[in-house]
Every structure is written in C-alpha cells, then in structure tokens.
Design a protein around this ligand. Structure first.
Ligand SMILES: Nc1ncnc2c1ncn2[C@@H]1O[C@H](COP(=O)(O)OP(=O)(O)O)[C@@H](O)[C@H]1O
Length: 201
C-alpha cells in the first residue's frame, strides 16, 4: 500500500509543485516520521508517506485550499481554520491524498489533517507527523534540540512540547492563537495524566 513506487511518485509530483525549501522540509519530515515510527512500533512506510504528503497543499492559494478542504470536510471546519492557510493546508492535503493517490485510511488522513492544529484525541500516526514537523533535520529554532531529545524518549511529551513551542512563538510575535490549539494542548495534558495514573495503578 505505502510502497516505494507510491513514495517516488509522490516525491516527483511534490518536487514540481513545491518550492525547493518546502520540498526539502517535506523530505525531512518524511525521514523523521519514519524514525519516529520505528521507535514507536508503527508502520514506517505509512508514516514516511504521511510525512511526504502533509504539506501537499501548503503552497496553494487560500481559495483552492478552501475548496479542497470542503470536498473532505464539508462545512465542519471552524471559520478560524477555513480562513487561515497556515491552519487549513493539512485539511486540504486530505483531499489531495484521497483523490490523487486514492489513500483512504482514516488514521493516515487524520495525520495530514491535524499536523498543524493537533486534535483533542490523537492516535500514534497523528502524533508522529505532528512531532516530525517540528524536529525534522532542517528545522533550526530555539528549543529544537530539546524537542528532538523529547521525541527520542517519549512521543507524548514531544507532542506537548510542540504545542508549547507554537504557543510561545505566537505569543512572542503578538500573533493570534487559534483557540483549538490551547484546547488540544489541555486534552494532551489530561490524556498524559490519565495514562500515568493507569500505569501507576
Ligand atoms: N494555534 C495557532 N494559531 C495561529 N497560528 C498557528 C497556530 N499553530 C500554527 N500556526 C501557524 O500556522 C503556520 C503553519 O504551521 P505549520 O504547519 O506548523 O508549519 P509548516 O507547514 O511550515 O510545517 C505557521 O506560520 C504557524 O505559526
């Protein structure tokens, strides 16, 4: 399903539609996703393919992203997401994956959709792509090394640190913070607390 042939086809398509900088980032995310999958008992080819496709709609005009997102989500997305390409492109990538590559696996599509916003409940692949986007080898921001260390040790801690990094960065820049990110961060903390309680009996 997530074969070398498919990955090569996707890479060749992306190379022609993305800037060199974005294409390099995408290859970095695919590589990081593969490594995180191997560390977390997940299918590495599926994770690598999701890494390749996560930004497939990133450089389209907002109107095209909106049209693509509507094809998969109808009017279910918040206006705050629908009007912000930075938040919307992952949801638009779902339609690219479905229509261009005939990928229909729900876990796979959710990982594309939620790679920027996160979600209140995330499965392993969603977490892998969310974290890979921060830690891939071309990223160079304050705190990236710490995030890489967390990701190597504990995927859930890295997800939380990812939310924190985005929120801090937006605060520093006096930018709007999509409220869903704060809600999803709280849900991640509660899920980690619950898991800790279960582990400790
Ligand atoms: N909670 C949020 N509120 C507002 N903007 C956000 C939020 N989360 C991410 N963004 C912005 O959306 C854009 C896309 O983020 P992201 O998908 O992580 O980047 P990339 O596509 O480069 O990997 C970034 O400019 C980021 O700052």
């Amino acid at each position: 399903m997530y074969s070398t042939t498919l990955k090569e086809e996707i890479k060749s398509d992306l190379k022609s539609i993305l800037s060199a900088h974005r294409y390099k980032h995408v290859l970095g995310v695919a590589k990081a996703a593969r490594q995180l999958a191997l560390r977390n008992d997940y299918d590495p080819d599926k994770a690598e393919t999701a890494g390749l496709l996560h930004d497939a709609a990133k450089q389209l005009p907002l109107e095209e992203m909106q049209e693509l997102a509507r094809q998969s989500f109808g009017d279910r997305l918040d206006d705050a997401i629908m009007t912000n390409g930075g938040l919307l492109h992952g949801y638009a990538a779902v339609t690219v994956a479905r229509t261009k590559y005939h990928l229909t696996d729900e876990e796979f599509l959710a990982a594309l959709a939620h790679h920027t916003t996160g979600a209140e409940v995330m499965g392993t692949l969603e977490k892998i792509i969310f974290v890979a986007d921060y830690i891939e080898e071309n990223r160079d921001f304050d705190g990236v090394e710490h995030l890489r260390e967390l990701a190597a040790a504990d995927l859930d801690q890295a997800v939380l640190a990812g939310y924190d990094s985005t929120i801090s960065h937006l605060l520093e820049q006096d930018k709007l913070i999509f409220a869903g990110t704060v809600i999803n961060r709280n849900a991640q903390i509660l899920a980690m607390q619950k898991k800790g309680r279960q582990k400790n009996g």
